[in-house]
Design a protein around this ligand. Structure first.
Ligand SMILES: *Cc1c(COP(=O)(O)O)cnc(C)c1O
Length: 390
């Protein structure tokens, strides 16, 4: 067998091996695991979306190759959604494309912009795709820390001039995975100006824009004046419509960036199944009542976990206003990995060690509220009984 590519060698070792092994051991021993580790909705896709798919699948006109760019009906639905949701105007032909999940789009965008030795500015902690695909494209990620002190927003002033000069992309993701943080519009404005001054493309990952609580409404970067000159945004049906398995998402924004992404995509995939695109159209055109219902479920769970952690002395300021994640500092004497192990071994709780999202995630674990209220309360009770406090 020939040697694998340099590209594969650049992929850092998998950090969750140990915790995965411990999880398997616990399951094999018959431990009643509460899995707070997965960022995947536990509720089903709304019935009308499934029905729309059923109908579309029966139509033989949907059985041929789609265009890799997305059907015009899908792109128009995206344009309408952006208009009603964010008051952002887009051109369905030039400023929108259909994706096989935003992970697909984010990864391929790296190939469209990053050459050897180019830099991408990547928040730490963050969704691993930004770092991995910068590396796979031959570039170098430059990590900007997201800390509790800076409200999990990168400090743009601290990025050295020589990094900025070689940088092409800055990744942003608010509402944020894994920290649950949100970004004020003033920060988005600052970043748009920063990108203009420094000839950067903002890659804005808006996967959680509709998973919000307490009347918080998350913005699109494209709402900011002039943002379209320097930004591409990724939005997804995965989280808000419980459609992670369907693989349907969209990119919107700068015409050149969309075009560059399309060139890569058209040489890789042949688009998403038309029936899935039609189901997505029915979701995007819906009245938003499922999103409201899902967010009410998450709000109740969030309040139970927040109250529970507070009762165990955790120094949490406010409950997260968006996403289904809690970013929790580990108690003294632990690091991310050892605390995640402790929760698994003493309480049967699966969580994710924060350092898996970047070095600046050390000292945190991530819990996802993707289990029922009862199970969240049970998780807190188990921690209490095991004497685990902050
Ligand atoms: C879940 C998630 C996505 C969505 O990915 P899809 O490929 O659209 O399912 C994108 N970005 C972040 C940060 C996520 O957590």
């Amino acid at each position: 067998m020939p040697k694998e590519s340099m590209r594969l060698e650049k992929i850092p070792p998998y950090l969750f091996e140990e915790i995965d092994r411990k999880k398997r051991e616990a399951i094999n021993k018959g431990v009643d695991i509460i899995n707070l580790g997965i960022g995947d909705p536990d509720q089903p896709t709304p019935a009308y979306i499934v029905q729309s798919m059923q109908k579309a699948v029966e139509n033989s006109q949907n059985h041929d190759y789609p265009s890799s760019n997305g059907e015009i009906d899908f792109r128009k639905a995206v344009v309408d959604w952006y208009h009603s949701r964010f008051s952002v105007s887009l051109d369905a032909d030039k400023e929108v494309t259909c994706l096989i999940g935003s992970k697909e789009g984010l990864s391929h965008l790296s190939l469209a912009y990053i050459d050897k030795d180019d830099i991408a500015i990547v928040p730490s902690p963050s969704y691993p795709v930004y770092k991995m695909w910068t590396l796979m494209a031959g570039g170098d990620p430059y990590f900007v820390p997201l800390t509790r002190e800076n409200d999990f927003l990168p400090d743009l002033n601290k990025i050295p001039e020589k990094v900025i000069n070689k940088a092409k992309i800055i990744y942003l993701n608010y509402p944020n995975n894994p920290t649950g943080a949100i970004a004020p519009s003033s920060f988005l404005e600052k970043t748009v100006n920063f990108a203009k001054e420094n000839d950067l493309l903002i890659v804005y990952d808006n996967a959680y824009c509709d998973m919000t609580y307490d009347h918080y409404v998350a913005p699109s970067i494209l709402e900011i004046d002039g943002a379209k000159e320097v930004s591409i945004e990724f939005a997804s049906l995965s989280k808000s419509y419980n459609m992670t398995g369907w693989r349907i998402a969209m990119a919107a924004g700068n015409e050149k960036a969309i075009k560059a992404l399309r060139v890569i995509k058209s040489n890789v995939d042949s688009g998403q199944f038309k029936a899935i695109q039609q189901a997505a159209v029915s979701a995007l055109n819906s009245d938003g009542s499922d999103i409201k219902r899902h967010n009410e479920i998450y709000t109740r769970r969030r309040d139970i976990l927040f109250a529970g952690l507070k009762s165990l002395n955790w120094p949490l300021k406010d409950p997260p206003k968006a996403t289904f994640y809690f970013w929790i500092p580990v108690p003294g004497g632990y690091d991310s990995a050892s605390f995640a192990s402790k929760l698994l071994e003493s309480c049967g709780l699966v969580t994710v060690p924060g350092n898996g999202y970047g070095d600046a995630g050390e000292g945190y674990i991530r819990m996802a509220i993707t289990v029922s209220e009862d199970r969240i309360q049970e998780a807190i009770d188990r921690m209490k009984n095991a004497g685990i406090r902050y």
